[in-house]
Each structure stands twice: as C-alpha cells, then as structure tokens.
Design a protein around this ligand. Structure first.
Ligand code: SF4
Ligand code: SF4
Length: 447
C-alpha cells in the first residue's frame, strides 16, 4: 500500500476565522524599541516597529483575516480557529518518525587519546573488527530500499584513532548510496587533535562535512580540562588544526563546542577574542557554549557545574559577545522546531565498536540503553521493550508539556534519558529564557 502524501491546503474559505497561535513569542527589543514575534511551531521570525499586542487582541475571539495580516497568517502566527495546535504539533513529530531516513552513529573505537575531566567513557573497547564493519555494510545493504537519505555521525572514544574503520565503512556506504540514489551525509565528533588539514580533506571526500570539536577556553583552562592521557596539553595543536582548515576553502562547518562550568565560565569571552583573531571571523566555525553536567564520569562529584539559571545566563551573554565580535553562532538551531534528541527517533541507532546497539550517546553503561546487537552477518537483534522506552516516552501525554510554548521545538523529548531515569521533563535551555533566546536569534540573523 502506498503512503498517502499529505498536501497542506493553501486556499482559504472566505468565512474562515483566525486566532493568535498559542506558540507565538512576542519580545520587545530594549535597545531600539522594535518588536519581535517568533513562532515555535513554524520557526518564523518577524520584526515590527509597533507592538504585536494590538493584533493579538483583535484575533483573541477569532476574526476573519484582515488583508494587512495575511503575511502573519502565512507564517503561522495566525491559525484557523478550528485548529488543534497540539494535534498538528504531534503530527509534525509523527511525520519525522515516519520519514524515509536513517541515522547511524558509529563508534569505530571506544578508546581515546584524551582524558577529559567530565568524560563518562571507559576507554575499554578497541576498534571495530573487520567482520563487524562488514556486518554494518550488510545491514545497510539489506535496508537500503527503505531510505531516501542516510547519515552517519562518527563518534567514539576518539574516532580518528580508527581512521581505517571510518574509511572502509564510508567507502562501502557511499557506493551503496550512489547506486541507489540515496542522499548521503556524515558528521564527526572529534577532539580535533588528529584532525590535520590532510585528514580533513580526505574525510571530506568520505562525506564528512560537519564537525563538533571542543575548546574549553583559552589555553590554560582548556588544557586543565582536556589533556592527553599522558597529561600533556592539547589546546595549541587543536587550534593549529582549525587555523589550517580556515586557510583553505574546504566547505565544512565546525561547531566549536565550549563546555563551561564555574571555573572556566569567566574565560569564555577570552576564548571568543582568541578565535576572532586566529580564525578571522571565518563563518564556517560556530561558537557553541554548553554547560557541563554530571554525565556519569568518575569525577562527577567534584565538577563545579552551574545551576540551570546561571548556565542559561552564561550561554546567552557569551553568545551575544560572540555575535558582536562577528563570530558565527547557532542560537537559531536551538529554537528550530522538531529539535528532539536522536535517541527519541526510531530511525536513529548507535552501533558500538563491539556491535552493541545503543540509543543514547551518554549512558553507555546503563542496561536500558543496550537495546540490541549487530552481528557480522548483518543481522540485528532489537529489544523492543527497551527501544520503546526511548522512542515513545515524550511530551505528548504530559500535561505540563502540552501547555508549554516550547513543545513544538522539543516535543518533551530533548533528552529521553531524563524521562527514563528520573521521570522528569527534559526541558532544553531555551525553556529557561525563551524571550532571551529569541532576542539573541534576532541579533544573530538580522546583524
Ligand atoms: S538521551 Fe539525553 S543524554 Fe542521551 S544522547 Fe539524548 S540528550 Fe544526550
Ligand atoms: S520538556 Fe519542558 S520545554 Fe519541553 S515541552 Fe515539556 S515542559 Fe516544555
């Protein structure tokens, strides 16, 4: 049976009435007295010289659409009065779950050359065997007819310690995708230490065009937190690698993640200053601060983590500083609709270097995260009861989430692990200051 294609109706009956969307976020910009309106379901932003309050009060009971408000209606700020916005939001998530798309996160090795103080990994399992690499390719070959798009995220350990595994699987996958007309893309989370320019160029030929690389502050702060297993600092070599990429026209995006806690938070602006000089405002490099959490590592009890309010404040102020220094940032991504964790998606799996299948890339030790196993012959065994915990526990039946303006962004599923382990709502940082994030996004996109 062919799936029905859902075409959205574009023409409006003349007697239709409209109301203000429950997902509108109105913000007054303090610096120039202009006004912003963002809709968390459509992901659209508009600005105005006049407050939106007047328009909102006109549509409060449901009114025919005025000609001058047709743009607001087209952008999702006004919706037909019979619309159940919760139901349509739920449908957005269902459509994503049904998409002809597959995401695999692959751990080519679980060993690492670094010993970061907040790391939760155990560095025990080595590189993926040749047999298992063949198993990955067999599984992909068996399921290729189910997909229009396929993505691999390389993760570890440090994936570049097992470059041959990456090369072998990438070549095999790219050949299958080419033959079948499947759109292929890849990204990599690496500590950046082994990412020489030559390696980045080879990886680009293997489909890797997006990186996440962490710098935790200027040299002293970074080296304190992210050193080699021998204790040696790593900052200068990573920065040299980034500078070498920036001196070419390699079309990659590098998310420069900055994990901050009470100790290095005061130095984030120093790091921005350094990046501004060394990378000369290269927009391929995006500053992304991220509050350190107690992620299950052996030093968790000693980590000076910030509480959520301070973490949000630090994120906003350091990102604004970066925007004002012409550094690329990505606040808009945090406000993008349907931003659920890959662990919540049925079409996303993590394959460990020994074939264990996980959903979450943090809780590797948690038995609930061991959802199956891949075998060298390409067979997959999945524990459906565990799998369901990750992909079916979201905000759709949670009254708090149903009443929340952030729902179309996170669907209550930013972090299924929080729901599974603590039975709490996994609110993303934007929930802590939605208006602040919208203002920052406007600064970012309108600069
Ligand atoms: S479930 Fe939570 S901890 Fe696990 S990968 Fe997703 S966001 Fe991270
Ligand atoms: S998890 Fe938090 S932010 Fe997300 S919908 Fe639920 S209450 Fe809102």
């Amino acid at each position: 049976m062919e799936p029905i294609s859902l075409q959205r109706i574009k023409t409006l009956p003349a007697d239709e009435k409209f109301v203000w969307s429950r997902y509108n976020v109105a913000v007054e910009k303090t610096n120039d007295h202009s006004y912003l309106l963002y809709n968390t379901r459509s992901g659209k932003l508009v600005t105005s010289r006049k407050p939106f309050e007047v328009i909102k009060s006109y549509y409060v009971e449901g009114q025919p659409l005025r000609h001058e408000d047709s743009t607001l209606q087209k952008l999702g700020f006004l919706v037909a009065d019979y619309t159940d916005e919760l139901a349509t939001t739920r449908m957005d998530l269902d459509e994503m779950k049904r998409a002809r798309y597959q995401h695999l996160m692959i751990l080519p090795t679980e060993k690492c050359n670094f010993r970061c103080i907040y790391c939760y990994e155990e560095y025990i399992k080595g590189r993926m065997s040749k047999d298992l690499q063949a198993g990955v390719l067999r599984w992909i070959d068996t399921h290729k007819n189910e997909w229009d798009a396929f993505t691999i995220s390389w993760f570890g350990g440090e994936p570049l310690l097992a470059y041959e595994v990456i090369k072998n699987i990438s070549e095999g996958v790219m050949s299958i995708c080419r033959a079948e007309g499947i759109k292929y893309s890849a990204s990599m989370t690496t500590n950046g230490y082994l990412l020489s320019l030559g390696k980045a160029q080879e990886l680009f030929r293997l489909g890797v065009s997006t990186y996440q690389i962490t710098l935790d502050g200027p040299q002293a702060e970074h080296d304190d937190k992210r050193h080699l297993a021998s204790g040696e600092g790593t900052y200068l070599r990573i920065l040299d690698n980034l500078v070498a990429i920036s001196e070419t026209d390699l079309p990659v995006t590098v998310n420069v993640r900055v994990n901050f806690d009470q100790n290095n938070a005061p130095y984030l602006t120093d790091l921005v200053d350094e990046i501004a000089v060394k990378l000369e405002g290269d927009q391929r490099f995006r500053f992304r601060p991220f509050a350190v959490g107690k992620w299950g590592g052996e030093h968790d009890d000693d980590l000076p983590v910030l509480d959520q309010e301070d973490a949000v404040c630090q994120t906003l102020t350091s990102t604004e500083y970066a925007v004002r220094h012409e550094i690329a940032t990505a606040t808009h991504e945090q406000l993008t609709p349907n931003r659920v964790c890959y662990a919540a998606m049925p079409n996303s799996l993590i394959i460990g270097s020994d074939g264990v299948i996980y959903k979450c890339s943090v809780a590797f030790d948690s038995p609930v995260n061991h959802v199956g196993r891949l075998f060298p012959d390409g067979r997959f065994e999945l524990n459906h009861e565990k799998f369901a915990l990750w992909v079916e526990k979201d905000g759709s039946t949670d009254p708090g989430c149903q009443a929340c303006r952030v729902h179309p962004i996170c669907h209550g599923a930013t972090c299924p692990l929080v729901r599974i382990e603590a039975d709490q709502r996994p609110c993303p940082p934007v929930k802590g200051n939605l208006e602040g994030y919208v203002s920052l996004m406007a600064l970012e996109v309108l600069r």
